[in-house]
Ligand binder design. Structure first.
Ligand code: ZN
Length: 166
């Protein structure tokens, strides 16, 4: 299996921030030489997310407001986790809600996203004074192995139409 791994680091300007990383992911697809496969994009932090959605600033404001008002308000006294001396329980819950990874198909050497889909990094607890204040993301690309099964013909099953490209 051909594979390629790349790490990205972020230092956000604000504690909560949404960053469009589609171009960085696409660049790694080009660098990898993977023509048919999958790009796993995964946040390497417990208070961050990776997600696919629309590049629209009003929507980003809506997402941040939704997380604050409906999912997990930043109210330190509300959470057991914060009894440890932390104040970021809300960020953990936001990470769980949005998710920490996405899997994007690669077709003909390119990210196979829908017309409005972009890949985003969501930082829910940035600007922390920690030994390693920069938050990390992994992009791992893998080529799909050609299916080992014998197939009846070009249109014999769902995979058959890809025969010429494998
Ligand atoms: Zn915590």
């Amino acid at each position: 299996m051909k594979s390629h791994t790349h790490y990205l680091w972020f230092t956000t300007k604000q504690r909560q921030e949404i960053i469009d990383i589609t171009e960085q992911v696409a660049e790694q697809v080009r660098e990898s030489g993977v023509a048919e496969g999958l790009a796993l994009v995964s946040a390497m932090h417990i208070t961050a997310s990776v997600f696919v959605n629309d590049h629209e600033s009003g929507l980003w404001a809506d997402i941040l407001k939704w997380l604050e008002t409906t999912i997990a308000p930043w109210d330190a006294k509300r959470y057991r986790h914060n009894e440890t001396g932390e104040d970021n329980a809300a960020a953990h819950l936001r990470s769980l809600t949005i998710g920490h990874e996405v899997l994007v198909p690669i077709t003909a050497g390119k990210l196979d996203l829908g017309p409005w889909q972009r890949v985003f990094y969501g930082e829910w607890d940035g600007q922390r004074k920690k030994p390693d204040p920069e938050h990390r993301l992994i992009i791992a690309l893998s080529r799909l192995e050609p299916p080992a099964i014998e197939r009846p013909g070009r249109h014999g099953n769902a995979l058959a139409s890809r025969d010429s490209e494998v």
